[in-house]
Design a protein around this ligand. Sequence first.
Ligand SMILES: NC(=O)c1ccc[n+]([C@@H]2O[C@H](COP(=O)([O-])OP(=O)(O)OC[C@H]3O[C@@H](n4cnc5c(N)ncnc54)[C@H](OP(=O)(O)O)[C@@H]3O)[C@@H](O)[C@H]2O)c1
Length: 220
Amino acid sequence: MKKVCIVGASGKLGKYMVQHCLDKGYEVVGVCRPESVEKLAEFGDNIRIVPGRTNDENTIAQAVKGCDGVLTVLVPWGVKGYSSGTAQAVLNNAADGARLIFSCGWHITKDGKDTYSWFFKTMVSAFGAVARLFRVVDIQDQIRATNLIFGSKKLWTVVRGSDLEEGPSEGLPVWSEHVGDDEIAHNRTRRIDFALFMVHALTNDELVHKAPAIASRVKQ
Ligand SMILES: NC(=O)c1ccc[n+]([C@@H]2O[C@H](COP(=O)([O-])OP(=O)(O)OC[C@H]3O[C@@H](n4cnc5c(N)ncnc54)[C@H](OP(=O)(O)O)[C@@H]3O)[C@@H](O)[C@H]2O)c1
């Protein structure tokens, strides 16, 4: 792995991923909205920034050129297909041999074999309905986005994050094929470690065409 593109680099998860990639000595290209470029000022000349919306084909085509890895923060902002547009732009433009890692939450299921608590299902459904009502977020579009990814022959991994918290690293999270497994039942991950797992997935072939559900290795 030499050159990595981070799509959604200026958010909380994105900035942690930038730092982890720089720590590994990767060349980094970051994509973020033009109004967010200044949020990446702390990285100075250590990264190249391509300003643009993450669902814009031209922006993504320019950014992923020559990259052997692409880390994409999938967020379902608005009600105009931002998440599915972002996934499609990355799938369309990344090189066939590039490792493509996408982030989402536990609510995404690849094979329908995840088991969710009553509380989790109620929270997702209530949040989804209210967010859609106010046209802020469309969770259904994140589902469309991951379905596009699951149907692709490219070398993808969809990393499903648990509830997130800030704080120093607790190490590489553990993962499981399915939500509901004991290993990840504590449903808690430091955001810095979510980013660590995303970057780790770039070089872990065992994770190709998988949707690992992750949680902190510290169970508490
Ligand atoms: N939050 C959680 O508890 C949680 C739990 C599990 C999984 N996840 C997953 O973790 C990933 C990161 O989530 P996060 O909550 O930590 O957020 P985050 O890293 O801060 O990322 C938010 C992203 O959304 C962009 N954004 C914000 N407002 C926008 C708008 N109006 N239009 C377009 N883009 C906009 C931000 O770009 P700008 O910098 O330009 O604003 C940034 O790239 C997501 O894939 C999420 O599904 C989150």
